[in-house]
Design a protein around this ligand. Structure first.
Ligand code: NAI
Length: 346
């Protein structure tokens, strides 16, 4: 029996994982409400693996504790792995993730945010519920003919690209590792920033991409640009974003993720005082829409996450331990490695 400590368990996780685990008696989950942090890592004592999500902290100190307690696998139930010190884990604890559970879920959420924003649906919804049928202030703009700039043309970015084309938009893209043999028009990042009416972020958070949308990047953008972030909060310098909005440079910002979301998102904080003044200020802006990291949240995605995670765990502990979804760090470059590797990390 493979014992897995499941951190930051939410009701929807428990439902989907219990369903998949019922068909796999070799894996047993212990659902813990708390997030994994240095203070809670001791709860993993006696478990073979931990299952974690985007806002669990899997730092060097946490990895040391997990290793000491006999944990040999970190199973991320998400795609992004910026919260895991993968280099530190190398040689000690294997790390696996769920590279794709429903790229459609995230791309469609980005599209939902875009349409909501540019057609002011969020305002209209509130108005009509209040029997206010006035149209003043609800003027939007056509997406048709506009230029969408997509940063990161992986699984999600490409689906969003297709959606944008469906609306008759011109699409340009930037990727540090452009897809070979595609019909995507790749341009340098600076050119994308300068030409795009809508900019959507779909690349991972790394040291290279942290704050890639900062004051300088915003200065290059068109006035009225719509920025969409369904990737990771820290891709955007939120202070610079706020300044851009205040200066009327940025037409709208749609954020499913936020740099300091870890202690805020995923919980009901209504009735509490929000200590994050930057987020509070952003939320007070009429042209900012925030969803709390919900882009992945579809039934299809939850089912796929649970199934892939259980398969990842079984692959790592059974047979030769080889798992296609291992985040290998042997070569030191996880992005290249992810695309080319076909062997066990250590
Ligand atoms: P992917 O790995 O298929 O694609 C990422 C793309 O970004 C690749 O084409 C890669 O070459 C590119 N890239 C890497 N470094 C770059 C850089 N420095 N500059 C520009 N491009 C770079 O990943 P996928 O599945 O498309 O996911 C994208 C991101 O979406 C994930 O990293 C994750 O952070 C986020 N995500 C958010 C979710 C949500 O619920 N809001 C759910 C799932 C993923």
């Amino acid at each position: 029996m493979i014992k897995v400590a499941f951190f930051d368990a939410k009701e929807y996780d428990i439902q989907s994982f219990t369903k998949v685990a019922e068909g796999n008696p070799k894996v047993a989950f212990k659902f813990l409400e708390t997030k994994l942090t240095e203070d809670t890592a001791d709860l993993a004592k006696g478990f073979d693996a931990v299952c974690v999500f985007v806002n669990d902290t899997v730092s060097a100190a946490v990895i040391d504790k997990l290793y000491e307690h006999g944990v040999r696998l970190i199973a991320l139930r998400c795609a992004g792995y910026n919260n895991v010190d993968v280099a530190k884990a190398y040689g000690k604890i294997h790390v696996v993730h769920v590279p794709a559970y429903s790229p459609y879920a995230v791309a469609e959420h980005a599209a939902a945010l875009l349409l909501t924003s540019v057609r002011r649906i969020h305002k209209a919804y509130n108005r009509t519920r209040d029997f206010n049928f006035s149209l003043n202030g609800l003027t939007g703009f056509d997406l048709h003919g506009k230029t969408a700039g997509i940063i990161g043309t992986g699984k999600i970015g490409r689906i969003f690209l297709g959606i944008c084309r469906g609306f008759g938009m011109n699409v340009i893209a930037y990727d540090a590792y452009p897809a070979k043999d595609s019909d995507i028009e790749y341009v340098p990042l600076e050119e994308l920033l300068e030409r795009s009416d809508i900019i959507s972020l779909h690349c991972p958070l790394t040291e290279q991409t942290r704050h890639m949308i900062d004051a300088d990047a915003i200065a290059r953008m068109k006035k009225g640009v719509v920025i969409l972030n369904t990737s990771r909060g820290a891709l955007i310098d939120a202070e610079a974003l706020l300044e851009g909005i205040k200066a009327r440079k940025i037409g709208a910002a749609c954020l499913d993720v936020y740099e300091e979301e870890a202690d805020i998102f995923f919980e009901d904080r209504s009735g509490h005082i929000l200590n994050d003044e930057l987020l509070a200020r952003l939320l007070s802006m009429p042209n900012v829409i925030v969803t709390s990291h919900q882009a992945f949240l579809t039934e299809e995605a939850l089912g796929n996450i649970a199934e892939t995670t259980v398969n990842n765990i079984l692959s790592c502990f059974e047979n030769d331990g080889m798992c296609d979804n291992e985040l290998c760090y042997r070569c030191g470059n996880i992005e290249t490695c992810k695309k080319e590797r076909k062997q066990r990390c250590f």
